[in-house]
Design a binder for this molecule. Sequence first.
Ligand SMILES: [Zn+2]
Length: 137
Amino acid sequence: MNQIGMWLRRVGQRLSAGLRTFMTGRYGSDKLNMFILGCGVAVCLISLLIPVPAVNLAATAISYGLMFWAIFRTLSRNTYRRYQENRRFLMLWDRIRDRQHKYFDCPKCRQPVRVPRGKGKIAITCPKCREKFIRKS
Ligand SMILES: [Zn+2]
């Protein structure tokens, strides 16, 4: 009995060491991956409720695509690119969640500018290049 326990522990150690070697230099998971996987699962569940075969097939294909994308990102060796993707996603996510402010990109230099919401039409001056533009807040 004790020997089986030892054997199991050794197998477990070897598996986790193998996984560590396999994941060396690979990106792993992040918030964007969780989001993509969540979308994949959501689309998959929604597709179960759709009785139209063509739509069902399309939804299934999309959910598989999303899940493969997440797996691809996890195993990717281009960690810099994946990191940048996640950073952009987090920035976008913060913008969506922020109900107090609106975000605009400067038309000249693309610098993101944050302004308070609900002030009507306002003149915005870009903090970076001083370009002035008018937007509805
Ligand atoms: Zn600017």
